[in-house]
Design a protein around this ligand. Structure first.
Ligand code: PMP
Ligand code: GLN
Length: 377
C-alpha cells in the first residue's frame, strides 16, 4: 500500500505528550490550559442540553452564534461579515484549516508557508495534491518579504499566515500586512489567515487581523478557535469567516467533512460570547502568566525574548548544550521531568536554532514547579 502521507507519523504533540505522561513530567509541551473553565460557561452548556439542543445544528452553525461572531469581528476589526453566508462553525480551527485548503487547492497548486509553521498546514496541502513552497522566517521570526516575493510563481494559489504565531509567539505588524497587500495586489492568490491566538497579544500591541485590511480581506479566509479563547481546547469548536464567494466553496466541502458541529456547545458559546469581557481580558491574563513564568526563570541558563503573543514562550538553550533540540527535549523529559516542544520539527529542513517551546497556559503552581526544574539545569 502506498501512503498518501509517507513522511508523516504521529504529530510531535502526541509523541511528546505520551512521553511526558510516561515519565510523569511537568507538561509545558502541548498547548492547553490546565486550569478550570469558567463555571458560567459550563452552566450554559448544561442549560443547552436540558433545553433540548441535542440534534443537528444547521450546516453553517447556530445562527445566533454566527450573528454574535459577526458583531464581535465588526466591533473589533471594523469589517462586517454576513452571518447568513460568510461564517461557518467548524470542529476546531483544525477542521477550518483542512476544509479551506481542500476547497481551493488542487493538483500542482503551490502554497506558500512560513517556517517554522504549525504542523497542520502541510499535510492538508499534500493530501489535496498541492505543493508546499516554504519560506523560512528570519531568526527573530519576522517575515523576510524579499524571500516571500521570490517564492511567488504563476502557480501560487494560497499563502498561509499565522499571527500571533505558533510556535514563536511573534506577531505581524501593520507594516507587514500593508506589505502583503501591495505584493499580492495584481495576483489571484488566496490568503488563509490562522488567527486562533487573536486575543493573546501583549504589551499594549494590537492584533492585526486580516479583517482590518479590506483589500486583503476580499481574498482571505480567517480561522479562529474557541478552544484557545475560552480555555476549552477539548471542545474542538472554531470557525471560519470569508467573503461569500470564498465561503460558498468552503461550505461545499464542510458539509461533507462534518456537515455540522456540536450543537449544545454552540448554543452555550452564543450566549457567553455576547459579553466582551469574556475575551477582552485575555491579553492581560496571559501577559501576567508570561511575566510570572519569565520572572521565575530569569536566573536560569536559558535565554529568551518575551513572546509578543500566544501562550508559548521560546527558550534558547545554546548556553547549556549544543545537543540537537529533539534530543535535548527528550532528555529534559526523561532526566529532568519537564516537557517542551523542539522547534526544529516546524522548520524548513529541520533547521535547529537550539530553541524549545514552553506553554505558559498553566496554574502558577505548575509554572513554579517548571521554573524550579529549569533553574537547576
Ligand atoms: N492553529 C494554530 C496556530 C494552533 O496552535 C492550533 C492548535 N491549538 C490550531 C490551529 C488548531 O486549533 P483547534 O484546537 O481549535 O483545532
Ligand atoms: N495547538 C496545540 C499546540 O500547538 C496542539 C494541538 C494538537 O495537539 N494538535 O500545542
Amino acid at each position: 500500500m502506498t501512503s498518501k502521507l509517507p513522511n508523516v507519523g504521529h504529530s510531535i504533540f502526541t509523541t511528546i505528550s505520551q512521553l511526558a505522561n510516561e515519565y510523569k513530567a511537568v507538561n509545558l509541551s502541548q498547548g492547553f490550559p490546565n486550569f478550570d473553565v469558567d463555571p458560567k460557561l459550563i452552566e450554559l452548556v448544561s442549560e443547552a442540553l436540558k433545553k433540548g439542543h441535542n440534534q443537528y445544528a444547521p450546516m453553517q452553525g447556530d445562527f445566533e452564534l454566527r450573528e454574535t461572531i459577526a458583531q464581535k469581528i465588526e466591533s473589533l476589526y471594523g469589517r462586517a461579515y454576513h452571518p447568513v453566508n460568510e461564517i461557518t462553525l467548524t470542529a476546531g480551527a483544525t477542521q477550518a484549516i483542512f476544509t479551506a485548503i481542500s476547497a481551493f487547492i488542487k493538483s500542482d497548486d503551490e502554497v506558500i508557508i512560513f517556517k517554522p509553521a504549525y504542523d497542520a498546514y502541510e499535510p492538508s496541502v499534500i493530501l489535496n495534491g498541492g505543493k508546499i513552497v516554504p519560506v523560512q522566517l528570519k531568526k527573530d521570526h519576522s517575515i523576510n518579504w524579499e524571500s516571500f516575493k521570490a517564492a511567488l510563481s504563476s502557480k501560487t494559489k494560497m499563502v498561509i499566515i499565522n499571527s500571533p504565531h505558533n510556535p514563536s509567539g511573534a506577531i505581524l505588524s501593520n507594516a507587514d500586512l500593508l506589505e502583503l497587500e501591495v505584493i499580492l495586489k495584481d495576483r489571484s492568490v488566496i490568503v488563509l489567515s490562522d488567527e486562533v491566538y487573536e486575543h493573546l497579544v501583549f504589551d499594549g500591541q494590537r492584533h492585526e487581523s486580516i479583517a482590518r485590511y479590506p483589500e486583503l480581506a476580499k481574498r482571505s479566509l480567517i480561522c479562529a478557535s474557541f478552544g484557545k479563547t475560552f480555555h476549552v481546547t477539548g471542545w474542538k469548536l472554531g470557525y471560519c469567516v470569508a467573503p461569500k464567494e470564498l465561503m460558498q466553496e468552503f461550505q461545499k466541502v464542510h458539509q461533507f467533512v462534518v456537515f455540522a458541529v456540536n450543537h449544545p456547545m454552540q448554543k452555550a458559546i452564543a450566549n457567553y460570547l455576547k459579553n466582551e469581557e469574556h475575551y477582552l481580558q485575555l491579553n492581560q491574563f496571559y501577559q501576567q502568566k508570561r511575566d510570572y513564568f519569565l520572572e521565575a526563570i530569569k536566573s536560569s541558563r536559558f535565554t529568551f525574548s518575551p513572546a509578543s503573543g500566544t501562550y508559548f514562550q521560546l527558550l534558547q538553550y545554546d548556553k547549556i548544550t549544543d545537543e540537537p533540540d529533539i534530543e535535548f527535549a527528550t532528555r529534559l523529559i526523561t532526566d529532568y521531568k519537564i516537557a517542551s516542544i523542539p522547534i526544529s520539527v516546524f522548520n524548513h529542513n529541520g533547521i535547529d536554532h537550539k530553541q524549545l517551546r514552553f506553554c505558559f497556559a498553566k496554574t502558577n503552581q505548575t509554572l513554579d514547579k517548571a521554573a524550579e526544574i529549569l533553574n537547576a539545569i
